[in-house]
Write a new protein. Sequence first.
Length: 397
Amino acid sequence: MNPIITSLLDTDLYKFTMWQALLHRHPQTQSEYRFVCRNTPAYPLAELLPEVNAALDHLCTLRFTPDELAYVGGLRYIKSDFVDFLRIFQFQRSFINAWAEGDQLHIVAQGPQVHVMGFEIFVLAIVNELYFRRFDTTAALASGRERLAAKVQQLQALAQHTSLRHPFELFDFGLRRRYSGAWQREVVQTFAREAPQWFKGTSNVLLARDLNLVPIGTMAHEYLQTYQALGVRLRDFQKAALEDWVQEYRGDLGIALTDTVGMDAFLADFDLYFAKLFDGLRHDSGDPVAWGEKALAHYARLRIDANTKRLVFSDGLDLERALMLYRHFGDRTQLGFGIGTNLTNDMGPGHKPINIVMKLVRANGQPVAKLSDTPGKTLCDDETYLAYLRQVFNVAN
């Protein structure tokens, strides 16, 4: 089998930034991550089990190379002791287990968080690529290239329109559900070459290095969720997580994720102190226009000029939706649009993407969860804990 992952840089930037913060502040945390497919695939994912296990075996042989460490260490927010940790890091096969039950593929990573949190993106990329290898690759690539060319034309057409106060800025967030690693590289190369005025970077650290692009990312839900199990009062977990982030990065990586317990509960914690320290907010569930209006109203209440802040949209975007949001908000605040599946896995009829995730479900032996603004995104098997979390943050069921 051709290996799917050949470099440990072939992951999202925020895995490194969260990894460093948790290594420095909570290296003792034990955690459990669980793989889930949210839709019905064209054939049972359980059929992929032997190939998944072989790919995981290979992943656990990889180490960071000297040139990879030099690149990561050259990012100004990465500290030298974290690079020293990466120098000796290797995934442990005993911390991840894959098995089948009927048609269902199960994958669980369990162990010290600083040793298992990195599995997530690699597992998703592996399952996706193995899944689509069974389809007609020639037809998929032909259709994908047609669709890619249409997207580039859409972007280039922006030059014909009257510009808004703030520019349209597009990022690739498509690693975890990409059609393949080679296709993601082709997509990113194409946008960087054909639309550099609007295409501003990628979350994929390997592609950022190889193509001389800006690596994009700050934090994900797992970082905030971990703080639900770190001994702080549950009501204060968001503030504790944001405070540790500020202390770790001191002005860098300043986009805060808002929907771990919903936007309203987030804004209740995001006071003037945090609003001044963070550069902006990231949307990942719920109605994006309503979310953006809430964010702008919050900045207005705090008497902060929203033109100095940035709203980043990243929830199931395609280019049309991103452009709609740009037209709505582009005169009022800085914007960024991270497009994932619809950029790197838009291969036409017969190639429907699978909606797979691998989420943190427990830390230090207790459940953690997010109360998403989108029904169906919540992943927690402990209804008692979910009810308690909703009660603490006054979130409707």
